[in-house]
Design a protein around this ligand. Structure first.
Ligand code: NAP
Length: 340
């Protein structure tokens, strides 16, 4: 089968389409014939040599796919063959076939294409894991999401707004991106350059927010803490601006703050399976009635994978970039599949 591998750490030019053996589904796994694969920031970090795959994970790039189940491993019911699914995968998504634990598969929400299905898993798993499970976002709380038009940001704004009734603020780098944040449910969005914290403080009548979701960290960390209310939670999902920071512990002690963070990829299938079930139960119905949407910035043919990474390198995207691995199938809307 054809798959995308990294020749050496570097820019998009190090991505190569090469012939690789078709994976065989192990016990508890299914083999997916991939129609479309999501392109995510961690793929860019992996390409740059900054985010190596965990032990036993595929060296092939790609963390989420949509396609059709082609085969099943031991212990998985053969009736699933032929079912359309989207799935969070442990690597190996940028390929014609991908093996994945069955529990990480979900039906594609009714009415969405394979392209739209492939845009969902990584970002919705990450948003749910960090906002609902880790930050324990409560009904009616206030939330700040940095990078509001990232895939994770757009998922997070919508989950917080529609499933927690939260008041959501966001940061984004351009006027156009800030307008998109507001169109999908943020009360207001500000530029993350300059006095973004003063902007959010003013918007909250001086009160600050209950939860902050951030992928930048570094020198801004104390400013994040200063913006949290009593019992506030700061959740890191990356540290692109620096993995160390000096913070005033007294701020934490006085206001009972929590700093936490997570990475999804090394979690075992059982954990990801629980996340999948919660998404299907609570978020998928909102796609079906149109309250939650996915925004596809660009569909890029598989053979032009370098272009897909170039878009992310330049932060041009608003929403998701998706690779059409099988372009004819990718654009179609499948009939509803069985639930795992
Ligand atoms: N921990 C996990 O399990 C996990 C899993 C997936 C992703 N992630 C992280 O989640 C974040 C989003 O991932 P993604 O794939 O959805 O990203 P993405 O679509 O590639 O978007 C990232 C966005 O970050 C914005 N940005 C750049 N510099 C910024 C800054 N200094 N402050 C605020 N925003 C900034 C950019 O938009 P502007 O034009 O607004 O700058 C860019 O569009 C990334 O940090 C990624 O590493 C973590």
């Amino acid at each position: 089968m054809q798959a995308v591998m990294i020749e050496r750490p570097g820019g998009p030019e190090v991505l190569r389409i090469v012939e690789q053996p078709r994976p065989r589904p192990k016990a508890g796994e299914v083999l997916i014939r991939v129609a479309a694969a999501g392109v995510n920031r961690p793929d860019v970090q992996q390409r740059r040599g900054l985010y190596p795959p965990p032990p036993n994970a595929s060296e092939i790039l790609g963390l989420d796919v949509a396609g059709i189940i082609d085969d099943v491993g031991e212990g998985v019911d053969g009736q699933y063959v032929g079912n359309p699914v989207c799935a969070l995968v442990n690597g190996g998504g940028y390929a014609e076939f991908c093996a994945v634990p069955a529990v990480q598969c979900m039906p594609i929400p009714n009415g969405l294409s394979f392209i739209e299905g492939a845009s969902l898993p990584e970002v919705f798993f990450t948003a749910w894991n960090n906002l609902i499970w880790l930050a324990r976002l409560e009904h009616g709380e206030t939330l700040l999401i940095h990078g509001g038009t990232s895939g994770v940001g757009m998922a997070g704004i919508q989950i917080a707004r529609h499933l927690r009734g939260a008041t959501v603020f966001a940061t984004a780098g351009t006027e156009e991106k800030r307008a998109v944040c507001e169109a999908i449910g943020a009360q207001a969005a500000v530029d993350y350059r300059g006095a973004w914290d003063e902007g959010i403080r003013a918007l909250t009548g001086g009160e600050g927010v209950d939860v902050i979701l951030d992928g930048q960290a570094g020198a801004n960390t104390q400013r994040q803490l200063d913006l949290l209310k009593y019992d506030g939670r700061l959740v890191f999902i990356a540290s692109h601006q620096g993995s160390t920071a000096e913070v005033n512990i007294r701020t934490l002690v006085r206001r009972r703050l929590t700093i936490t963070g997570s990475t999804l990829r090394p979690r075992p299938p059982a954990y990801k399976g629980r996340l999948a079930r919660e998404l299907v139960d609570h978020v998928w119905p909102l796609f079906e009635d149109g309250r939650i949407t996915t925004r596809i910035h660009k569909v890029v043919p598989f053979t032009e994978v370098q272009e897909a990474h170039h878009i992310l390198d330049e932060n041009q995207q608003i929403g998701k970039v998706v690779l059409a691995v099988d372009p004819a199938l990718a654009a179609t809307v499948p009939s509803s599949g069985k639930r795992f």
